[in-house]
Design a protein around this ligand. Structure first.
Ligand code: GLU
Length: 274
């Protein structure tokens, strides 16, 4: 059994991360498995070295440990490029130059993770890709290529059971996802995450419930690429007093801010219910 904690160095770790990292460690211990640390540093506009260094410092301070070497996504760009080349050769990608505003103005409908791309650029061939274009997966074609999708097992509190992704729901609620980002050409999370789960031999993906719906798309990528489908466990998110999600973007309080106030690792564990 092998699982992972996969933070992105786009801010300081907060209590939600502490809860997630401790849950990953606890589930690994239950299975006598191992818990890897993976740095998801593909977003070159938001990742910063000081956040990266702080991940290691904060997790060690909390008393967590992990096998070396730590997998860093920025070391694996050529692997993600190879997958994009494979998908493009199978006719499953297209270049897209739409901005968020273009998408909104084209009458996109709300889906599981923001607006569903309305397909404006879908008929553009790859040979017309311009520098800085995003690359999107043509989901309808991808689903034709996979045929029926495999069921996956979820062991988390909200959706425990077996789930078979429904192609119609995927098309209506996810649409054509970006696999290479506009402008920077960085690989997108939905590409790098399932690719690395396969490359690292992850048998159990343990992560926050905010990524529940992403799993359905990850199963599509896994099936397309012949990667194994791991078992999933989406844990509840820690919520702050006002009931909003504790997120870095919401300027939630960093673990290190509590530490600077004199709190101990044991205090943090208690605060998140461990
Ligand atoms: N890097 C993602 C995040 O920080 C986690 C992805 C995952 O565990 O699949 O939210």
């Amino acid at each position: 059994m092998r699982t992972r904690f996969a933070p992105s160095p786009t801010g300081y770790l907060h209590l939600g991360h502490a809860y997630s990292a401790l849950t990953v460690g606890q589930i690994a211990a239950e299975f006598c498995g191992s818990a890897l640390l993976r740095i998801e540093d593909t977003d070159s506009t938001r990742c910063r070295p000081e956040y990266d260094a702080a991940i290691f410092e904060d997790l060690r301070w909390l008393g967590l440990d992990w096998p070396e070497p730590v997998w860093r996504q920025s070391d694996h760009s050529s692997d993600y490029d190879a997958t994009l080349t494979t998908l493009a050769a199978r006719g499953l990608l297209y270049p897209c130059s739409c901005s968020r505003r273009d998408v909104a103005e084209a009458g996109a409908t709300p889906g599981w993770d923001g607006l569903v791309y309305p397909g404006t650029c879908r008929s553009r061939p790859m040979k017309d890709a311009r520098p800085g274009d995003a690359l999107r997966l043509n989901l309808a074609r991808a689903l034709e290529a996979t045929g029926p999708l495999p069921a996956f097992t979820e062991t988390g509190p909200q959706h425990a059971g077996t789930h078979q992704p429904d192609p119609e729901a995927l098309l209506a609620k996810i649409g054509d996802p970006v696999l290479r980002r506009k402008g920077t050409g960085d690989p997108a999370y939905h590409l790098a995450c399932p690719q690395d789960d396969a490359a690292q031999g992850i048998t159990h993906v343990v992560r926050g419930a905010d990524l529940w719906h992403a799993t359905f798309l990850h199963v599509v990528l896994q099936t397309l690429m012949g990667w194994p489908v791991p078992t999933y466990h989406h844990h509840d998110l820690i919520r702050d007093e006002s009931g909003t999600r504790l997120a870095k973007i919401a300027h939630s309080r960093a673990i290190r801010a509590f530490r600077d106030d004199g709190m101990s690792p044991a205090d943090i564990r208690r605060m998140v219910g461990f």
